[in-house]
Design a protein around this ligand. Structure first.
Ligand code: FMN
Length: 199
């Protein structure tokens, strides 16, 4: 499937076949390929909780407006960010870059994030957004549908998954075999949001 086709086919799917099981191989391809998404300073902030336990899925559904995707999709991934990833052995993020690049970037990275929690959070959320889009497009290519979700009580989900102190939840993505979408997609015209040169 080409990228344009995958983008066109992806929908925020509400109904999934609850009996479908995704293969371990498809899951491996999905996760490994999606991790090729770009991230700020290559920090790869994503820490993904793969919720397989049906009882935990039920608990999350209760705090997610009862949305059926949570329990019925083959995969429920809670996309979290490690807000301290920037200071957790950063040389590993640039290990394959030439030495002069490493020497330039590593001090820059520290300067960019240290003492700036809002910057760390913003960057982590940007990276999670790109990672999630990669997940949904790769899923599409593998024949799966998906639904990005933030319709849930973040504090309650944080408690359920035991979110560590310096982590934040971005959103969840449900992935599985969709059983059809009930309405046509709708977008405002490009002319309503494209701006030539400046506002
Ligand atoms: C951050 C985010 C959160 C969303 N949360 C939910 C959600 O909780 N439940 C849901 O059914 N759809 C959710 N959506 C899907 C949007 O409603 C959907 O993408 C939009 O209506 C456009 O439809 P389409 O994706 O099918 O083109 C979310 C999308 C994003 C990007």
């Amino acid at each position: 499937m080409d990228v344009i086709e995958a983008v066109k086919r992806r929908r925020a799917t509400k109904a999934f076949d609850p009996n479908h099981r995704i293969s371990a191989e498809a899951k491996r391809v999905l996760l490994e390929t999606s991790a090729l998404a770009p991230s700020a300073y290559n920090i790869q902030h994503w820490r993904v909780v793969d919720v397989q336990d049906s009882a935990v899925r039920e608990d999350i559904r209760k705090v997610a407006w009862g949305q059926a995707q949570v329990t019925d999709a083959s995969l429920l991934l809670v996309l979290c960010a490690d807000l301290d990833a920037w200071q957790e052995n950063p040389p590993r993020y640039w290990a394959t870059a030439p030495q002069p690049v490493q020497d330039f970037l590593l001090p820059k990275l520290d300067e960019y994030y240290r003492g700036k929690p809002q910057v760390a959070r913003d960057e982590a959320m940007r990276s999670l957004g790109l990672f999630g889009m990669a997940l949904m497009l790769v899923a599409q290519d593998l024949g799966y549908d998906s639904c990005p979700m933030d319709g849930f009580d973040f504090d309650a989900v944080a408690r359920i998954i035991g979110l560590p102190e310096h982590y934040a939840i971005g959103y969840m993505i449900a992935i599985g075999r969709g059983t059809g979408n009930s309405w046509e997609r709708n977008r405002i015209p490009v002319a309503d949001w494209i701006v030539d040169n400046h506002f």
